[in-house]
Design a protein around this ligand. Structure first.
Ligand code: DC
Length: 227
């Protein structure tokens, strides 16, 4: 008997839609790795802010990205591959508000996108991954075995983000978070290079009225029916 083929499952969608929660659940059920590519952009943004590199200076940010040693190690029961730069895990720091605010400038840097895209393709090459971001279905893995686009209203996404921050003991103000989500949607959509868009052949799931578990189960049903 041959072993089942290890698939590439690509997911895109706007900020705060729950891609990570859903992606981790799906990956765990399938015995795959989960990769949140936003963490790579955030890690670089954090490092630039720490080192006093101007995030708008594209050459300087790219030089920094090239200097760093990028590694991805499994955590959370071995499911999630977390980003490490120069040997340092940055899970907590990259959630700071200043990192969210400045990450759009880093994500608009064409050289950085090319470098991170290469890393993402290398991580996914052998399959057995669920990878989420903004351009995974359209650019990084346009030929993925499964492509999903998760959506939800900005209000619902702001409510979820507020709950998530409060649960991790961080300050959370709904109005500010809502405004930030609208701004980040705009930045993601109007970016010249690889903006957020729905791949024509992606399965679109509107999660506004669904729990994360329901979304994940919907995805798993589709994957198991066709795989
Ligand atoms: O998903 P997130 O909010 O953690 O993403 C952080 C930043 O990175 C955000 O500005 C969007 C950007 N991003 C991107 O441009 N492409 C990806 N594949 C993932 C994230």
């Amino acid at each position: 008997m041959t072993a089942p083929r290890r698939l590439i499952i690509a997911m895109d969608g706007p900020a705060g839609v729950g891609k990570s929660t859903v992606g981790q659940y799906v990956a765990k059920r399938l015995g795959y790795h989960f990769i949140n590519t936003g963490e790579m952009f955030r890690a670089l943004t954090w490092k630039a802010l720490e080192d006093g590199v101007d995030v708008e200076d594209q050459a300087a940010v790219l030089a920094l990205a090239r200097r760093l040693k990028w590694e991805f190690h499994p955590t959370e029961g071995g499911v999630t591959l977390k980003t490490f730069i120069d040997g340092q895990g940055v899970t907590v720091q990259i959630r700071e508000e200043r990192v969210s605010r400045n990450s759009s400038a880093v994500a608009a840097n064409p050289g950085v996108r090319r470098l991170l895209c290469r890393l993402q393709r290398r991580l996914g090459r052998g399959g057995g991954i669920v990878m989420e971001g903004r351009d995974i279905t359209t650019h990084v893995f346009p030929d993925a075995d499964f492509k999903f686009y998760l959506d939800a209203s900005p209000e619902e996404r702001a409510r979820r983000r507020t709950r998530q921050l409060k649960a991790s003991g961080l300050p959370a103000d709904f109005a500010k978070i809502h405004a930030a989500i609208l701004q980040r949607d705009l930045n993601d959509l109007k970016r010249k290079i690889n903006p957020l868009s729905q791949a024509e052949d992606a399965v679109v799931i509107d999660s506004t009225r669904l729990s994360m578990r329901q979304v994940a189960q919907k995805m798993l049903r589709l994957i198991r029916a066709r795989a």
